[in-house]
Design a protein around this ligand. Structure first.
Ligand SMILES: N[C@@H](CCC(=O)N[C@@H](CS)C(=O)NCC(=O)O)C(=O)O
Length: 194
C-alpha cells in the first residue's frame, strides 16, 4: 500500500514532503484546513490540526520534520549532519514566523502596527535570511539537492506567493531558487504556478 499525505498544495511544510517523495508513490489528500468540514477530518488524524500528516498503513506521523525522518529512515534519501539540522530548524523558523504573520493578516489584524509579537516574527525572518545568506547561500552546500535546499525552495515560493517577502534586499535567494527551478518536481509542486 502506498503512503497517504494529507495537506494542501500551497503549504510550504507540505510541499517539502511532496518534494522528498519525488520518486516514491503516494496518494495526496488535499484539504482546506480553515474549512470546518475538512478541519474536523484533519482533527481525526492529527489533534494538533496541522498539515502535513503522513499515513503509512497503521502508522500516522505528524509534523514535516518527523515525516522526513520517518521517510529518510525507510528510504535512505539524504544524509544529514548537525549543521544541516540547524539550517532546517532555521528555515522552519522562517516558515513558522511567516505562517503567524499570514494568519494575523487573515484575521484582519494590521501587521504594520508596532505589536511586539509581530515585530518578533519580522525580526526572526530578517535575522534568518541574513544568517542563511552568509552561512548557506555563499557556501558550496547550497549547490546540493537535499532536505535543506528543498526546505528553502518551499519557503521562497510560498513567501512570494503570500506577499510576505519579495527578496529585493536578498537577491541571492532568487539566484539560489533559479538553480533548481527547472527540476520537474520543483515545477510540478510550485504553488505560484497553480
Ligand atoms: N511544525 C509543523 C508546522 C505545520 C504548519 O504550521 N502547517 C500549517 C499549514 S502551512 C498549518 O497546518 N496551519 C494550521 C494551524 O496551525 O492552525 C510541521 O513542520 O509540520
Amino acid at each position: 500500500m502506498s503512503y497517504i499525505v494529507i495537506g494542501s498544495a500551497p503549504s510550504p511544510f507540505v510541499r517539502k514532503i511532496r518534494m522528498v517523495l519525488e520518486s516514491i508513490p503516494y496518494e495526496f489528500r488535499e484539504l482546506n484546513i480553515y474549512d470546518g468540514v475538512d478541519g474536523v477530518e484533519l482533527n481525526k488524524v492529527n489533534p494538533i490540526n496541522q498539515i502535513p500528516v503522513l499515513i503509512d498503513d497503521e502508522k500516522t506521523i505528524w509534523d514535516s520534520r518527523q515525516i522526513f525522518q520517518y521517510l529518510n529512515q525507510k528510504h535512505n534519501l539524504f544524509s544529514q549532519n548537525w549543521e544541516d539540522e540547524n539550517l532546517i530548524t532555521a528555515i522552519d523558523g522562517l516558515m513558522n514566523a511567516g505562517v503567524a504573520l499570514l494568519l494575523m493578516k487573515r484575521s484582519g489584524m494590521n501587521i504594520n502596527e508596532p505589536y511586539m509579537y509581530v515585530q518578533r516574527q519580522k525580526d526572526r525572518i530578517e535575522s534568518v535570511l541574513e544568517y542563511l545568506s552568509k552561512n548557506y547561500l555563499k557556501t558550496e552546500k547550497s549547490q546540493h539537492w537535499n532536505f535543506v535546499s528543498i526546505s528553502l525552495i518551499s519557503f521562497i515560493d510560498w513567501a512570494i506567493l503570500r506577499e510576505l517577502e519579495n527578496f529585493s534586499n536578498f537577491p541571492e535567494f532568487l539566484e539560489f531558487h533559479n538553480r533548481f527551478q527547472d527540476k520537474p518536481i520543483v515545477k510540478s509542486t510550485n504553488p505560484r504556478a497553480i
